[in-house]
Design a protein around this ligand. Structure first.
Ligand SMILES: C[S@@+](CC[C@H](N)C(=O)[O-])C[C@H]1O[C@@H](n2cnc3c(N)ncnc32)[C@H](O)[C@@H]1O
Length: 460
């Protein structure tokens, strides 16, 4: 039994996908469950093996009920750079911590996991036999053991240079697996209602985790599209709400995005998507509304704002206009005319989004959104700033050789005051934002042909 306040060492086996998104996910989830991220390991860069300290096994289990970036977690009993180092580290692990899992009434099995190398059955058996010195008293049960132990060997990251011996060897008691299966079960391929820009399931769950979404939260997506981000938040027990400027998207009308289907069928909408996953009770509503002119009364409503604004690549960045905004020289419409649509500059869109989040998030609530960037010109100063929001993480996903999108996570740290809505204009970040406005032009400069081809095949 761990002493109160004692911190145990755990081994996380991370998935080798979306590498930059992993650390912010684990940090966000640990802070959600009352554990801090502490580790003696210096870099988490690309390795799938992370050693970290967590105050309790409960926190470790909670972490695994949420993560899509980690595959499994183990209570770490020993670690070394050679078999000898591993064995001496295991001999130093307190026996009283081992005994509850090794006593004569228990059943167990030992598994071997290698990274960047495949072992023969004979090699595996040899490694298991070498652990004879551990006080195993239970019976081996390969089908349904009470306890599973693992030897994990790390042969580095270079598939073209696999060493004879592993760089690191770990031994631990398996505690739980993460939620990787959600990526498949919520795959957009099997989803009822999709659009050209529906967010990939894995990334949607990562965004909800960066946003520290939890049960009974209210989560809002101002650029909701087909509601991919709402689905992930609802899966974690949050009530969800969205808006989109596009009437057809909100009402599930118009052209279908699926191959071999011309028009959207009846009931192809966000509510039906939530129903498909048994999450309908978390649906609050979706409205047709322009994010540049939010129709909310002043107040704090949301625990998280999680969104993927348009980049102008597959969908236009538009906002509703008004008679006043029509440039001189253009004939004005009669008073009764529906407002015209104006182009919505990306930099204005991000200012509006940050201001909106600063006003409507609860203190401690998070804004998670994608920022498209032209990589040759990107600098950290470009990331939009707001006096009420603290930058938590900024992770890159490459889109092409010259463009990427960055997943930005911010936390509300100060109550919004009226004067805050213009303070970003005084900041050093203001001018670099303007660079985002020509993102579309820059994006197409290199990839016009590929996108045109993809869009053509989408329409077929
Ligand atoms: C990248 S898509 C969002 C995709 C969404 N995450 C999904 O999973 O389907 C951006 C959405 O923003 C909407 N949009 C564009 N301009 C808008 C505006 N001014 N206000 C609200 N929505 C807008 C577009 O209609 C589009 O559906």
């Amino acid at each position: 039994m761990a002493l109160p306040g004692a911190v145990n060492r755990y081994l996380l086996l991370m998935a080798q996908e979306h590498l930059e998104f992993r650390l912010p996910e684990i940090k966000s989830l640990l802070s959600l469950f009352g554990g801090q991220f502490t580790s003696s390991q210096e870099t988490y860069g690309k390795s799938p093996f992370w050693i970290l300290s967590i105050p309790s096994e409960d926190i470790a289990r909670n972490l695994m009920k949420r993560t899509v970036c980690a595959k499994s977690i183990f209570e770490l009993w020993g670690h070394g750079k050679s078999p000898e180092e591993l064995y001496s580290s295991l001999k130093n692990y307190p026996v009283d911590k081992m005994v509850p899992f090794l006593h004569s009434d228990s059943t167990y099995k030992i598994k071997i996991h290698t990274f960047n190398k495949t072992l023969t059955q004979e090699e595996k058996v040899k490694r298991i036999d070498a652990l004879e010195f551990l006080p195993f008293e239970g019976k081996v049960n390969l089908k349904k053991p009470q306890h599973i132990f693992s030897i994990l060997e790390d042969y580095g990251l270079d598939p073209n240079c696999i060493p004879e011996n592993p760089h690191n060897i770990y031994f631990g008691r398996w505690i739980a697996d993460g939620q990787r299966e959600l990526i498949e079960s919520y795959s957009v391929k099997k989803r009822h209602f999709i659009g050209n820009t529906s967010m990939d399931a894995g990334l949607s769950f990562i965004m909800a985790n960066h946003g520290k979404v939890k049960e009974n939260d209210i989560v809002f997506d101002p650029f909701v599209g087909t509601g991919g981000l709402l689905i992930a938040s609802a899966h974690f027990g949050a009530y969800v709400y969205g808006t989109d400027i596009d009437y057809n998207t909100v009402h599930g009308l118009g052209k279908a995005s699926r191959k071999n289907q011309k028009w959207r069928g009846p009931d192809e909408n966000i509510r039906a998507n939530l129903r498909q996953y048994g999450l309908e009770k978390y649906y609050l509503d979706v409205l047709v509304s322009d994010a540049s002119k939010p129709s909310w009364r002043k107040g704090t409503y949301f625990d998280a704002v999680i969104t993927d604004p348009p980049y102008g690549i597959r969908e236009s960045t538009r906002r509703t206009g008004s008679q006043k905004e029509i440039p001189k020289g253009i004939e004005k419409c009669p008073e009764s005319h529906v407002p015209v649509s104006l182009s919505y500059h990306l930099s204005d869109m991000f200012f509006d989004l940050l201001n909106f989040a600063a006003e409507t998030l609860v203190l401690g609530g998070r804004l998670v959104y994608w920022l498209p960037v032209y990589t040759p010109e990107y600098t950290e100063e470009m990331v939009p700033w707001h006096p009420c929001l603290k930058l938590i993480s900024n992770c890159e996903q490459k889109l092409s050789s010259h463009t990427s999108r960055r997943l930005i996570t911010m936390e509300k740290v100060k109550e919004f005051e009226n004067r805050d809505q213009y303070s970003h204009l005084l900041s050093d970040h203001f001018l670099p934002y303007q660079g985002h406005n020509s993102f579309r032009e820059k994006y197409f400069s290199g990839v016009t042909k590929r996108i045109a081809k993809e869009e053509k095949s989408n329409q077929e």
